[in-house]
Structures are given as C-alpha cells and as structure tokens.
Design a protein around this ligand. Structure first.
Ligand code: PMP
Length: 442
C-alpha cells in the first residue's frame, strides 16, 4: 500500500477516519472495495462474510438489485430538491408507507441525515412539544449509563459512554440525568433473550422524578437493546416499567431504534417485539439498507397534533438540507418493498434460534465470560487483559478479518448482527471461524 505517496489514490494520509485508531490503521490497512449479498471483497480479492451488516445498517444484504436500480433511477430524475417549503413525491410516499409499517400507530415521520441527527431531532421535538402544550419548564432529559445515541451534543449528553464524553465534558447539555445501565454479569450471564434480573432498575426513574419534579422533565431516551455499548438486552419487564412511570408523570418515552428498527429482532421494530410503545422513536441504518444516509423520527399522532394546533407559522424550527433527500427516499421505498415482499423478517425469525444456539455454543471457550443473544444479535464478552481493555477483542477482530469474517468489537465485547438474509450455512461459517480464533487467542 503506497501510504507515503500523497498523489496516489490509495494514499492514507488525508482521510481522518471516525472512531478509528488512525495510526494503527495506517500501519495495517484493511480496504473494502466491493460488496454483494452477504459478502464484502477486499483490495486483495479476499471474500469476507459480513457478520455485522456493515455497521448494523445492511439488513437486506449488499447491492440488492431493486435498491440499486431505484437509486440509479432517482439520481437521473431528481438529484436534489430543497427540503424547506418545497416537497417531492417520494418523500411523502415514503412517510405514508413508513407510517403504515408501524400499523398506523405512529402518525408522522421527520427525516434526518443520520442516526445522530435523528436523536437530536427527537430530543428537540420532545422539548418543543412540551412548550407547545404550555409546559415550558419540562426541559430535563434522562438517558442511561452505557447508552449510545450518536455523536451530536444532544446524543452525546444523554448517552452514557464515558470514553465518548470525557473530552467534551464541560460542553455537554445541562439538565441531563442517567438511569443505571442494566448489565449484570453475576445475575444474568449466558442469557438467551431477555434476562430475568433487573426490571427494578427502571424504578430509578421514580427517584429522579422525586428529585427534580415531573414538571421539569421532558423525556427519557433508551435503546430498547443497546448495541454499540456491547449488546445490553433489557431485563424482563424493564421497558414496560419505564413506560408505566413515564405515562404516570407525563414524561415522553423515546426509543432509539437506530439499530433495532427494521427487523433486527425479527419484527419491524423493537417496540413490536417487546410490546411496549414509546411516544417517539428514532431510526436510521436499515431504513435505506445503508445505501444512502438517512434517519427518521416517528411520533405518535398526539405529538404532531400539538404542533398543528399551536400558533400559525412554522411549527418546529428545525430541519436539514438533506431531510428527505430524493435518493434516500428512493432507497427507503425500495428497501421497504424488499422487507415486505421477500420474506426478510420471516427468514430472520426462522434462523434466529439457530443463530443464538451457535453463539451460545461458544460458552466454555477460553476468555468467554458471557454470551447474550436476542433476535439476530449476539454479544460475546471476553475477559479483559488487565490494563489493556479491548486489546483481546481487537486481536480477534483483526484475525477474523484475515480469516474472512467481519465481526465488530466494542471494548472486549464482540457484537454480531448479520444481514437478516443470512442462512444456516453462513451462520456455521461465522461461528466456526470465530470459535477457532477464540481457541487460540492470547
Ligand atoms: N443511536 C444508536 C442506538 C446507534 O446505534 C447509532 C449508531 N450506531 C446512532 C444513534 C448514531 O447513528 P449515526 O452513526 O448514523 O449518526
């Protein structure tokens, strides 16, 4: 790799990579050059089985012909349309279809360009909603330890990952509290599905209400299943309890479904799986199958109504140049059609148990201190090397890539979230190769 030559197209000097140890990458680059179905191909011609659906964002597999052709058609017809005061048909059509995909339980959709923007939009909608209802003091926000809600100042503030926050600590939003996380290895290790222990942790919300008074609290935001922070699955009854407390005190409940939305648990949304309905939820990633960046915030009809019934003029002073981008809408419409016509959720449901069993079969291998699974998500937690948290899992990641499987690591947790079209043979390959790596890991 000619990383020293700045004129070479593959020079590694100019691009500042996100969430990457740039110096390490430049010493040993891994380049993906094409993708199809369940596989990537790297610049040396190796085929790599995608065990992570990109970054959780390719549920339908790569380069689906219907999505490719929809985007190609769109770019040749309407490349861009201003998003303020003007519309274009596919933005409205996609919103209608998405609304229907929620079973019409949610009334309106606000488009963003990413998951981070969707989170910040949801938080702003929550504050503006309370103001529109005459409750302007409801401004406090409540997140959760170990939560990940993207990298905007709002999302970072309600997020609970110390490493992401420490550099920016004095610039975080004021008036934010965090519920305790629900991870408990002593009580819940090696759980399939929802763990038994921990529903009572939702009661911490009552404590915050007592402390601040409900009249000052706008919203609670949680990921139904936390992904980026290492696959944390909600204890049985926990989300229902959060819902009850929010309802009791007029606090909005926001689900961040950026990774769980669009089939990850075998249902359209995690709220369907857990049978708990938020007031607002965020999505991104699978919305367009990762093909064009896009996020979307869904709100209950009564939230939108509060804005419609307020004073005349612009109801929510908020939006993005790329809200409802024509190419993203084309990708979204085509993706939704594939979801609904190609048995994608049915496959996810059919292979989920096989996938989860394969993950739990890693129990007993060296360093494996937990395996937790739900839907097509598996978290495999490794014991950390003292003083070198993350080193062991990173080693597994590099070796996995060299062995032709893409896994994701966060700290010392391996997170697997393959495209929903995965078959049993590919599940065998993924876990077979991973088991072999774990057996020989230092
Ligand atoms: N929320 C959650 C739950 C996420 O997992 C992510 C991304 N992994 C985000 C928000 C941020 O999305 P993006 O990277 O598209 O900004």
């Amino acid at each position: 790799m000619s990383s020293q030559d700045p004129t070479h197209p593959s020079s590694l000097s100019a691009y500042w990579m996100p969430f990457t140890a740039n110096r390490n990458f430049k010493a040993a680059p891994r380049m993906l050059v094409s993708a199809e179905g369940m596989h990537y191909r790297d610049d040396a011609g190796n085929t790599i089985l995608d065990g992570t659906a990109g970054l959780w964002c390719v549920p339908l597999g790569h380069a689906h012909p219907k999505i490719v052709s929809a985007v190609q058609k769109s770019v040749a017809t309407l490349d861009y349309a201003p998003s303020f005061q003007l519309g274009h048909p596919s933005a409205f059509e996609l919103a209608e279809r998405l609304k229907a995909y929620t079973g019409n339980r949610f009334g309106n959709v606000f488009y963003t360009g990413s998951g981070s923007e969707a989170v910040d939009t949801a938080l702003k909608i929550a504050l503006a909603y309370h103001r529109a209802k005459g409750n302007a003091t409801r401004t406090r926000l409540i997140g959760r330890e170990r939560g990940y809600h993207g990298v905007g100042f709002g999302g970072m503030s309600v997020g609970g990952i110390g490493g992401n926050r420490k550099t920016f600590s004095t610039a975080l939003l004021p008036g934010v509290d965090h519920l305790p996380h629900t991870h408990n290895l002593e009580k819940n290790a090696f759980t399939k599905g929802e763990p038994e222990y921990g529903a009572h942790l939702a009661d911490e919300l009552e404590r915050l209400v007592t402390l601040h008074d409900a009249s000052n609290i706008a919203a609670v935001i949680v990921e139904p299943v936390a992904g980026s922070t290492g696959v944390l699955i909600p204890p049985k009854g926990y989300l229902k309890r959060l819902r009850e407390i929010c309802t009791k005190h007029g606090i909005l409940l926001i689900f961040d479904e950026v990774i769980t939305g669009f089939g990850r648990l075998g249902t359209p949304f995690a709220s369907d799986y857990f049978d708990v309905e938020p007031d607002i939820f965020t999505t991104a990633k699978g919305l367009t199958n990762g093909v064009v960046p896009m996020g979307a915030v869904f709100v209950k009809p009564e939230i939108h109504d509060a804005f419609m019934n307020g004073p005349d003029g612009i109801e929510l002073f908020h939006g993005y140049t790329y809200s409802g981008h024509p190419l993203a809408c084309a990708a979204g419409l085509a993706s939704l059609e594939v979801f609904q016509t190609e048995g994608v959720l049915e496959n996810a449901q059919a292979v989920a148990d096989y996938f989860q069993e394969a993950a739990h079969a890693l129990r007993g291998l060296p360093h494996v201190i937990d395996v937790r699974t739900i839907g097509l998500i598996a978290g495999i937690e490794l014991a950390s090397i003292p003083g070198r948290v993350g080193a062991r899992a990173y080693d597994a990641f590099v070796r996995a890539f060299n062995d032709g499987i893409l896994i994701r690591v966060t700290g010392d947790i391996i997170a697997l979230s393959p495209p929903l079209i995965i078959n049993k043979q590919q599940i065998d390959e993924l876990f077979g190769k991973l088991a072999a790596i774990l057996k020989t890991l230092a």
